[in-house]
Design a binder for this molecule. Sequence first.
Ligand code: KIV
Length: 263
Amino acid sequence: MNILNFPERKKDHDPIVMVTCYDYTMARIVADSDIDMILVGDSAAMVVHGHDSTLPISVDEMAMHVRAVRRGAPDTFIVADLPFLAARKGLENVMNAVEAVMKAGASAVKIEGIDGQADLVRHIVESGVPVMGHLGLTPQAVNQLGGFRVQGRSEDDRARLMREARECQAAGCFALVLECVPESLAEDITRALEIVTIGIGAGDRTDGQVLVLQDLLGLTLGFKPKFVRNYLDGRSLVRDALNQYAADVREGAFPAPGERYAG
Ligand code: KIV
């Protein structure tokens, strides 16, 4: 997958499949799968670092995750999130953040929201860096939104999100993530735009889907949003393996003779 493939995937109604990934080991497995592209999301703040929002992660930490993922997935299209406020601290700071994640190995950056930053997006695109937009539930604005809740339910909100989606396209975004919006709105936006839409909690009418890897693998603790499907009971599998290891050590069954060095 490269930047030139996105329009043809939309034209051919060939759904784009994206997952998040934050480390080398998992990136190798994702790269060896049928997944089209990776998002090094700032959700790393929550699922890797244990924060209760995406706000605390820094540009340096994002770059570190991108570097690890790139080593594991050398040929995969990788989108890196610009973290909280990175796009709001003046042109030089923004471009430093873009430079950090692109030099770490990203193929594109993702920026939440468009209001007040369309010119910035245009500048990044004109600098040779593909930009993915992100509208709907934009987790970096969780304090403004009053929690992680579905967006675009009222007529006013629908109209606003449609306007913002068109602005993302006009500013040069090559793709747009739509998070936690009613499926009819995601469908309207997908039809209205020439660029691809990638949904999470946005129904099945978008041009692609994205899930957080730990959610998909059933590794996430706590609340499970209704749009998440666990394709594996990862927590039970990992816990069972750990318990088996602990039992084997305690019973003298590990290490076995073939798992030791002689001499
Ligand atoms: O950071 C992230 O994982 C994301 C996805 C939920 C789209 O932005």
